[in-house]
Write a protein that binds this ligand. Structure first.
Ligand code: NDP
Length: 471
């Protein structure tokens, strides 16, 4: 049993003032694996005070020192890769295909940010003005459970690069992973108070941090509903906010697409992170002219996406993080049938052969109309909607007919055509023919997927404020 009874403030693991405890589970077995003592509003205050004390000195560190810190953070995280993997597998149930990407990526974001910082100029002349890019101040990161240390490291890397100090509030459902990553970050020996990590309830610690007068910026990843609440609270003190929220991303298969490439890629994007991903490509848009062929290929290809025990290397879809998320996904599968969609694969209940664990069958609905709720709302599980379209114009209209705008995919054997379609998609990121990840490219959404960008130079500038000195 993991007993997690410390939070991290001012460079030390300390006892929280909060005295509430929350259980921790292994989602693949539903067994309790530990408990975590939660921070409270008083702890939020202590963490902000530490970050505030650290800010004046840290904001004036030379860039070279911060580049060195980013390298140290990378090394400290890389050293504990196998512990990070074990913690994510036990507490989150992620299968190898996700963990193998996530664990190295958590450390690599520090190196990527160091690279960005090397070529970044904090001063520039604009006409007669000397313009200086100054760090935002005390910042807060609120992170979810679907990629615990990925989000923590990504957000922290930008704060460190900018010279801002930070208080991080992770999801309490990820307390084991948070403990390991905190030990890694601590081993990098940064000045006390530069980062502080307080695991606690969103409504208690999250609210206290977002309302705090000494906090000047919030970076949040999570649901659009919670994001909206945070923006409202942040408005009271005019905090800067970066919001990375939900999605209902379209994967558009144009009629000239090579289906041998497109079909496996579309499923990989849809079932990414067991479907618990804001960027998951959950709406598959297929031309009427090739609809039956695409249906048949999806029905066949989905067999390669085995759901089950995360230790099994052939598994590509792990459990949902909690009973609550499992119930939510099941309710959407029921809803899809009630709305008149047809199951092409999967359905309600656990996959065959699994008698426990919050596992969901990889599910594809066909004959889906974009007005149905399963096509409009974020399900956050391995449940995809196959939607027919008439022609290119219709595909673009359907793709953009959503409250979200985080990511989209376009498949075509004519790259010029794919780019032309991409130009008209309302999303912060468009991927053509399953192109590789670019870690320095900006990431973030349009519409209700949020605002602000993370990673690379845009991610760094989200933690900076320009100041003009004239004369
Ligand atoms: P939330 O958005 O509620 O949680 C994300 C983070 O916000 C957690 O750390 C949470 O803490 C915190 N939080 C919750 N309420 C507040 C508040 N009032 N003030 C400040 N922080 C707060 O997501 P859920 O875990 O409830 O998941 C529900 C749905 O959200 C999912 O089904 C999915 O659709 C979406 N989601 C999207 C994610 C993404 O990557 N964009 C990630 C996670 C969820 P606590 O855990 O203590 O509540």
């Amino acid at each position: 049993m993991h007993i997690i009874d410390r939070i991290y403030i001012d460079g030390a693991f300390v006892e929280p003032h909060g005295d509430q405890w929350a259980p921790l589970f292994n989602p693949a077995t539903e067994e309790q694996i530990g408990t975590v003592r939660l921070a409270d509003a008083h702890d939020a205050d202590r963490a902000v005070a530490a970050a505030k004390r650290a800010f004046p000195a840290f904001s004036n560190t030379p860039k070279e020192e911060r580049i060195d810190m980013l390298h140290r953070l990378h090394a400290a995280v890389a050293t504990r890769a196998s512990d990070l993997i074990d913690a994510m597998r036990e507490e989150y149930g992620a299968p190898s295909n996700f963990i193998d990407f996530s664990a190295p990526r958590a450390g690599n974001v520090f190196l990527e940010m160091a690279k960005t910082l090397e070529s970044y100029d904090f001063r520039r002349r604009i006409g007669s003005a000397d313009v200086q890019m100054r760090p935002s101040g005390v910042t807060v990161a609120i992170t979810p459970w679907n990629s615990n240390y990925g989000f923590i490291c990504g957000k922290l890397s930008a704060a460190i690069a900018a010279g801002a100090t930070m208080v991080i509030k992770p999801s309490e459902m990820s307390a084991v992973q948070t403990r390991v990553i905190t030990e890694c970050l601590h081993a990098a020996s940064l000045p006390e108070g530069v980062f502080n990590i307080v695991t606690g309830d969103g409504a208690v610690v999250g609210s206290a941090l977002t309302a705090h007068r000494d906090v000047s910026k919030i970076t949040f990843t999570g649901s659009t509903a919670t994001g909206r609440r945070i923006v409202r609270t942040a408005a009271e003190t005019m905090k800067r906010v970066t919001m990375e929220l939900g999605g209902k991303s379209p994967s558009i298969i144009l009629e000239d697409a090579d289906l041998d490439v497109a079909v496996p890629q579309v499923l990989a994007a849809g079932f990414l992170n067991s479907g618990q991903a804001c960027i998951a490509g959950t709406r598959i848009l297929a031309p009427e002219s090739r609809f039956e062929d695409i249906e048949a290929r999806l029905r066949e290809a989905v067999k390669d996406f085995k759901a089950g025990e995360p230790n099994d290397k052939s598994v590509r879809i792990g459990p949902m993080v909690s009973q609550k998320q499992w119930d939510r996904v099941q309710s959407y599968i029921r809803l899809g049938r009630e709305e008149g969609a047809t199951l092409l694969a999967g359905g309600e209940g656990r996959p065959e052969g699994l008698s426990r664990g919050w596992f969901v069958q990889p599910t594809i609905f066909t004959g889906v109309n974009n007005d149905m709720r399963i096509a409009r709302e974020e399900i956050f599980g391995p449940v995809l909607s196959l939607i027919p379209y008439r022609d290119e114009e219709d595909a673009i209209t359907i793709a953009n007919d959503t409250d979200y705008g985080l990511q989209a995919q376009v498949f075509s054997s004519d790259i010029t055509r794919a780019r032309r379609v991409a130009d008209r998609i309302e999303a912060g990121r468009v991927i053509l023919n399953g192109a590789q990840h670019e870690p320095l490219a900006p990431f973030g959404g349009l519409k209700q997927s949020g605002f602000g960008r993370e990673f690379g130079v845009f991610g760094l500038e989200a933690f900076l404020e320009p100041r003009a000195v004239l004369g």
